[in-house]
Write a protein that binds this ligand. Structure first.
Ligand code: SF4
Length: 314
């Protein structure tokens, strides 16, 4: 294991006032039986989800459609981003059974599309990359028709060969979120580096130009519109295909405060700008999260590329 200093978590931060949510953010409590079935199966297989760990507002809707984002490599992160609800501390050993359990869930739930993410594992030599590879391989062996989307950490200070191993395992979508504009990294994402994250996305696309790449950001953290538009340009310079933009929600008083609730019409404006800048797909709305509607979006992404290739051929 690599030596790593675990960052202080949210308990060390001063309280930040919370802001009342506007009507367009409110979500209904889950009631459908399939939601509870999904929950039971995930518990039975001892799988962690970012849906719960990040206190995602869409959990009722997603789990009721049998869509969940599995978080591998434990439930404890070695970073302490100011926006994130996942706990920080000394992480657990890597679970060798995790890929098999994940494949069990994919098979039992007959998932057509699965999203896999992880905590940051700065303590591991490969940053956890090979567990992603093992999970991809386990799912492919069990249910080859399931398409696989991964949402990875930044692998900062890890060998590039770790990222290359994931690309070689050929997930259908490689996602890495920039989260916010570069000016806010020091307060929002202090353990990360904006240009490193951008370079990661560029590297993936260079290694495999056919692989779909995706990135996301949150708004409402104090960014300005011109900075969001600059992030879009940066992502296009890395040939990223798909952009998601959603409203930041404050998980607790110990997390970064919501500076502003961005109105739905402003999200429409961002989506329009992003399309004009050449993204194949854009999802921008208050409740958009990088894995929200991921299965349907993947179908649209594929169709958009096919249409683009056909138009280029004519
Ligand atoms: S949007 Fe993503 S993280 Fe949120 S509940 Fe749906 S699958 Fe889970």
């Amino acid at each position: 294991m690599a030596t790593v200093t675990v960052k202080a978590g949210p308990e060390s931060r001063p309280d930040a006032p919370t802001r009342r949510k506007p009507d367009w953010i409110r979500v209904k409590a889950p009631t459908r039986p399939v939601y509870f079935e999904t929950k039971r199966l995930l518990r039975e297989k001892r799988l962690t989800t970012v849906c719960e760990e990040a206190a995602c507002p869409n959990v009722g809707e997603c789990w009721s459609k049998r869509h969940a984002t599995v978080m591998i490599l434990g439930d404890t992160c070695t970073r302490a981003c100011a926006f994130c609800n996942v706990k920080t501390g000394a992480p657990q050993p890597v679970d060798a059974d995790e890929p098999r359990h994940l494949a069990d869930v994919v098979e039992t739930m007959e998932l057509e599309h699965v999203v896999i993410t992880s905590v940051d594992r700065d303590d591991l030599e490969d940053g956890g990359a090979f567990q992603f590879v093992r999970c991809i391989e386990a799912i492919r062996a069990r249910r080859p028709r399931t398409t696989i989307e991964i949402l990875t950490p930044d692998f900062l200070r890890k060998p590039l060969s770790a990222v290359d191993a994931i690309v070689a395992a050929a997930p259908d979508v490689y996602n890495h979120n920039l989260e916010t504009v570069p000016r806010l990294y020091r307060t929002v994402r202090p353990g990360a580096r904006y240009y490193h994250s951008l370079k990661l996305l560029d590297h993936v696309k260079t290694r495999d130009p056919a692989m779909f790449t995706k990135s996301g950001m949150m708004v409402g953290l104090g960014e300005e519109k011109r900075e969001v538009l600059q992030v879009m340009d940066d992502l296009r310079s890395a040939a990223v295909d798909f952009l998601t933009i959603g409203q930041y929600l404050q998980p607790s008083v110990r997390h970064h405060k919501v500076e502003r609730y961005v109105a739905p019409a402003e999200f429409d404006g961002y989506a329009k700008s992003a399309r004009a800048k050449g993204f194949l797909m854009v999802s921008a709305s208050p409740l958009t999260r990088s894995s929200y509607h991921a299965g349907e979006d993947f179908q649209q992404l594929r169709a958009a590329r096919a249409a683009q290739l056909e138009a280029a051929a004519n």
